[in-house]
Design a protein around this ligand. Structure first.
Ligand code: 4NP
Length: 162
């Protein structure tokens, strides 16, 4: 049986790293744990406004309603080295993807994709930015994070099976 040489590692990236990517990180942690998938998981923002900040309180609240505590997460900005450190860099929306393509080093080893690329019928679609929305918008974000996490776990488990 062929085996992947490196442990999979996933970095979720949105704009601020306080709403969507922390929720994607949380949903994927839950999914990986459920499946017994050994994977390193982190999140970051393309922007630097929220470096060191905890997730938006509405993101914390939607995660808490699902039994997940993300209050200890802290914002950080994505950097070119992340394309060497992670096997997968996952953009939450198409703007994030375009920004990531700009900072991706030419010798970067990470696969770069959109979260919803791995969801049947939603390839190429963005996870909507809930920052100027309300709790209902954050529920939509969580639902997108959950379906994306399942698709990503399928992808990574398939890669590991070779
Ligand atoms: P996120 O949401 O990219 O999902 O974390 C946003 C957070 C902050 C801002 C925009 C979007 N902002 O303009 O500060």
């Amino acid at each position: 049986m062929k085996r992947a040489a490196v442990l999979p590692s996933v970095l979720f990236v949105c704009l601020g790293n306080i709403c969507r990517s922390p929720l994607a990180e949380a949903a994927f942690r839950v999914e990986a744990e459920r499946r017994g998938l050994e994977v390193e998981i982190d999140s970051a923002g393309t922007g630097g406004w929220h470096v060191g900040d905890p997730p938006d309180r509405r993101a914390q609240a939607v995660a808490r309603r699902q039994g997940v505590d993300i209050s200890g997460y802290r914002g950080r900005q994505v950097k070119p080295e992340d394309f060497h450190r992670f096997t997968h860099v996952v953009a939450l929306d198409r703007d994030n993807l375009a920004d990531l393509r700009r900072i991706q080093p030419s010798d970067g080893t990470a696969a770069l994709l959109l979260l919803l690329d791995v969801v049947e019928g939603r390839r190429g679609k963005s996870v909507a930015d809930p920052y100027y929305g309300d709790d209902a918008d954050f529920e939509v974000t969580w639902a997108d994070a959950v379906v994306g996490a399942a698709g990503l776990a399928d992808l990574i488990a398939g890669d590991m099976r070779g």
